[in-house]
Design a protein around this ligand. Structure first.
Ligand code: HEM
Length: 486
């Protein structure tokens, strides 16, 4: 596939001076970066200053490292554009064939809109998400109750499989299924999303060899969901998006849901795991804030130490502009690094920031400026994260990592830094209500009773599916339980 062949009015011609393409760049994604991105950011900063030229899978890009410059890029939308058509190298057909990071950027949705189109899309989001924003509406209340219930059920599963003391992978056995269940509920989907969809989102974000087909598969699933909800509206985000903007086609709504699915599964999951990790590894301030009952503050501290989206979406310069020590030329690609900006912020604020209980809110994990995470999404995601983390420490009397923190395996790509595994040894608290509850999931009695009573819950007539094993089967059984008790 040859990409970006159109000559485009979006990509302005640059003026003179040495361009990004003529600078020597070092590849960003190395094994050193996988193991310790912080030291790579530090070295780039000391070599180049607040902005550094790097190679991203063979393509040169500007990595923005310092807090002040990252904020400038996030806030100033008239210079830093989102639409990929502003990218000169793409417009001139100079990208390598099948450059893996392009697949996601070619999916045109709110994140990659500018100006009026962007403002219009955000308004639709605001109205569609409002019912879920807090617990004061029936939808918001039900979703929050469901998150806590799913979390309890997953912990009960662990207890049933491994006993009141045992080993668990809190990424694979808890966080990932929890977020798939929440996605299913929020999007109003027949329970057909499985681990494979999450893996496809990973393949896209990490720019694996299969990124293009993986993006196509995930988009296809979301477009089918949009069509399904158009014909059978419910009290879910998909239906409310259609109410907010009836002109959305199935394809466009599918693209929006696809992006939300990335946030809800991958990014929210990273925030859950990173927060759990900060607590487990004994970050003293995080533990202190947790023991004070300030879970929101714990999340902020973890987000500062380890933001779930390490590097935000690319921006493209609308005109030649100075940033850091370089002249960025019109149509150049720029990647604002939240992880590097936090490193910079912690250095500036040092002990003051780490000890303070309020200033951690300066973190950029939700972005900043006109494209920042919409407030309703932020509140919802914040509740999901605090509930997911809170239920673990409610039920566990003790939990400790079974690997030294520096040996934990990370998924480290151009966008996301997230744990592949979060292996722990746990002991249930004496008071935990899940002691003994989980057996019904392993002996199968609960499952068959649930499906007999509720059908295959969550699956609408016409899209009913066969019972299946593995994660999908587990989710169905649990959600059947939810329907019965809810
Ligand atoms: C812990 C979880 C989450 C984090 C850390 C997060 C973070 C972010 C960040 C950093 C951005 C801006 C990206 C950029 O400027 O390049 C963003 C945008 C966005 N997020 Fe979230 N998000 C989370 C959860 C969610 C959820 C659950 C949803 C929806 C269900 C959502 C919907 C959106 C949307 C629609 C945008 C695009 C806004 C725009 O471009 O105007 N996010 N999010």
């Amino acid at each position: 596939m040859r990409v970006g062949m159109e000559t485009h009015p979006f990509a302005a011609a640059p003026t003179g001076g040495p361009g990004l393409e003529s600078l020597p760049v070092e590849p960003l994604l190395t094994s050193e970066f996988d193991g310790d991105p912080g030291s790579v950011y530090e070295r780039l900063r000391s070599t180049y200053g607040p902005v550094a030229p790097v190679g991203l899978m063979g393509v040169p890009a500007w990595l923005v490292l310092d807090y002040r410059e990252v904020l400038e890029v996030l806030r100033n939308e008239s210079v830093w554009r989102r639409d990929v058509r502003h990218w000169r190298a793409r417009a001139e057909g100079r990208l390598p064939q099948d450059w893996p990071l392009l697949a996601g950027y070619e999916v045109r949705q709110t994140m990659f809109f500018d100006d009026e189109e962007h403002r219009h899309a955000r308004l639709s989001y605001h109205s569609a998400m409002r019912p879920f924003q807090d617990g004061h509406s029936p939808e918001g209340w039900e979703l929050r109750a469901a998150v806590a219930h799913y979390a309890d059920e997953l912990i009960a599963m662990l207890a049933a499989e491994s006993g009141t003391t045992g080993f668990a992978d809190l990424a694979a056995q808890y966080t990932r299924p929890l977020l798939l269940m929440v996605t299913t509920k929020l999007f109003g989907c027949p329970v057909e999303l499985g681990d494979e969809m999450v893996m496809d989102l990973w393949r896209m974000l990490d720019g694996g060899p299969d990124a293009g087909p993986a993006t196509g598969r995930a988009l296809g699933a979301m477009t089918r969901l949009a069509a399904h909800r158009r014909s059978r509206p419910g009290e879910d985000l998909t239906s409310y998006m259609l109410l907010a903007d009836p002109s959305l086609s199935d394809e466009q709504l599918g693209r929006e849901l696809f992006m939300n699915a990335v946030y809800l599964n991958d990014i929210t999951g990273n925030m859950v795991c990173n927060t759990l990790l900060e607590v487990l590894r004994g970050n003293a301030t995080v533990r202190r804030s947790l023991s004070n009952g300030q879970l929101g503050e714990t999340v902020n501290r973890a987000a500062l130490a380890n933001p779930p989206t390490a590097n935000l979406c690319f921006r493209f310069a609308a005109r030649d502009v100075r940033l850091g020590n370089f002249l960025i030329r019109a149509g150049d690609i720029v990647s604002p690094s939240v992880a590097a900006a936090h490193q910079d912020l912690l250095k500036i604020g040092s002990s003051h920031l780490v000890d303070s209980a309020v200033s951690t809110r300066a973190h950029l994990a939700w972005g900043a400026g006109p494209h920042q995470c919409p407030s309703a999404a932020r509140e919802l995601a914040g509740t999901i994260v605090t509930t997911a983390v809170g239920r673990i420490f409610e039920h566990f009397g003790r939990a400790e990592l079974t690997l030294p923190p520096d040996q934990l395996p990370w998924r480290s790509g151009p966008v996301v830094r997230g744990l592949k595994l979060l292996p722990v040894r746990y002991e249930l608290a004496g008071h935990s209500s899940v002691r003994g509850v989980g057996e019904r999931w392993v002996d199968g009695a609960g499952a068959s009773a649930a499906s007999a009573e509720a059908g295959v819950a969550g699956v609408e007539p016409g899209v009913r599916q066969e019972e299946s094993s593995g994660l999908l089967g587990l989710l169905r059984r649990m959600m059947s339980g939810r329907r019965r008790s809810g």
